[in-house]
Design a protein around this ligand. Structure first.
Ligand SMILES: *[C@@H]1O[C@H](CO)[C@@H](O)[C@H](O)[C@H]1NC(C)=O
Ligand SMILES: *[C@@H]1O[C@H](CO)[C@@H](O)[C@H](O)[C@H]1NC(C)=O
Ligand SMILES: *[C@@H]1O[C@H](CO)[C@@H](O)[C@H](O)[C@H]1NC(C)=O
Ligand SMILES: *[C@@H]1O[C@H](CO)[C@@H](O)[C@H](O)[C@H]1NC(C)=O
Length: 369
């Protein structure tokens, strides 16, 4: 075969090879969704083509600029030992990854975290290869990444995750409300509004973060309409209820919703701290439920949550007396201010709240933080 014929055959073979083995560029994803897409990966590949004998000597990733020029972003060369050279770094771009290997295939990858509108546009993968005859071939392939506002679908997906988290919180607070007897119409309306906002939120596609922020604030406000909160003592925070519970069980559930339990007084220091927290309402002789109970084991007082014996007690003289009241025995520990002794003491009361204003009880939660 003469040289010309050889070249012709070769180009014929090239033609075949060209169709089965061209360079490929993939972008994952193909569409950047504003604030939703976590990463953009652009990969340039030149698959192994054993029958053609193509040897890759470099791969490059380029970006088409507004003025129609191609800017080289990164490249990798056969002699660079798998080290990607970044020609034009941009915000959020990773170091890049790649390899030149004509037997196993060559590739060059770039990744951007939290891609923005600036990462949209047309990318080009360019491969410089040569054959046994040292003829040089240049292959390229383009792919365009677009940018959109998030679709309702992906926003919904994101919201669903947030929703279940927020829903849990709302549900718990709602239960606390329902189970507290003295609900003001004002707070009930607030809860209703909060729920409406929340439903509305899930159906919307913009300003999501702002709205969530506001919801968090509202939840916090709501919490502070139900409880007066203390500073932190030994890693615990105390919540003084501003509403009366139906019963000790309901109060304990409300405390659980906050991530805690009815306050367990371990020592005098903690007792003194609670006195200070109660402060002003004490003047009205209000009682506040604590964690102690002897329900089901009369006379043996234990903490409802921990099951441990009471750490510190300061019972009013003559109590606990298990006094019958309204046909109910007194099995729940409370703290109250007694004017005649000018101090706070502990007393046993019924575990079910009374309709009588003067002997209603509130409660104190203890929440590890
Ligand atoms: C195209 O734009 C880039 C960046 O803005 C610039 O560096 C380059 O010189 C421009 N090329 C031409 C041909 O105008
Ligand atoms: C890719 O885009 C560049 C710049 O617009 C162009 O020169 C080239 O021919 C395109 N390549 C392919 C395979 O379409
Ligand atoms: C829900 O959102 C839309 C659009 O922001 C607003 O017009 C509408 O008043 C909202 N509805 C409620 C119940 O908040
Ligand atoms: C509220 O009370 C109901 C009925 O007494 C009970 O089923 C529910 O578990 C209670 N939830 C909370 C959080 O107190």
């Amino acid at each position: 075969m003469d040289f010309i014929a050889f070249r012709m055959l070769f180009f014929f073979m090239n033609g075949i090879q060209f169709t089965v083995g061209q360079v490929t560029i993939t972008t994952t994803p193909a569409v950047i969704e504003s604030e939703i897409t976590k990463s953009l990966v652009v990969t340039c590949r030149f698959p192994p083509q054993p029958s053609s004998g193509y040897q890759v000597f470099s791969l490059a990733l380029k970006k088409l600029l507004a003025n129609s020029t191609l800017e080289q972003l990164a490249s990798i060369h056969r002699d660079s030992h798998s080290i990607v050279h970044i020609d034009s770094p941009s915000y959020g771009m990773s170091r890049g990854n790649g390899v030149i290997d004509s037997t196993l295939g060559s590739f060059l990858t770039l990744e951007w975290l939290n891609p923005k509108v600036s990462e949209s546009g047309t990318y080009q993968c360019k491969a410089n290869v040569f054959n046994h005859a040292d003829d040089i071939f240049v292959f390229n392939e383009n792919k365009t990444v677009t940018f959109t506002q998030p679709s309702v679908g992906s926003l919904t997906h994101m919201l669903l995750e947030l929703e279940s988290e927020m829903n849990n919180k709302l549900q718990k607070l709602e239960n606390v409300f329902k189970n507290l007897t003295a609900q003001s119409t004002q707070t009930e309306n607030e809860l209703q509004k909060l729920e409406n906002d929340f439903k509305n939120l899930t159906a919307q596609s913009t300003q999501t973060e702002n709205k969530l922020q506001k919801l968090e604030t509202k939840l916090h406000d709501l919490e502070s309409t139900i409880f007066k909160t203390s500073t932190v003592l030994n890693g615990h925070q105390y919540y003084l209820s501003l509403y009366e519970p139906h019963s000790a069980v309901n109060a304990e559930m409300a405390c659980e919703a906050l991530g805690g339990y009815l306050a367990e007084v371990d020592d005098k220091n903690e007792f003194d701290f609670l006195k200070t927290l109660i402060g002003a309402p004490a003047a009205h002789g209000q009682s506040f439920l604590l964690g102690g109970t002897d329900e089901g084991h009369e006379g043996r007082w234990v903490n409802r949550h921990s099951g441990t014996p009471l750490g510190y007690t300061s019972w009013l003289q003559g109590t606990p007396d298990n006094n019958l009241f309204n046909g109910l025995t007194e099995n729940c520990q409370t703290i109250l201010y007694i004017a005649s002794v000018n101090d706070f003491v502990m007393n046993d009361l019924s575990c079910f709240n009374s309709n009588i204003e003067t002997i209603k009880f509130y409660f104190i939660c203890e929440v590890p933080i």
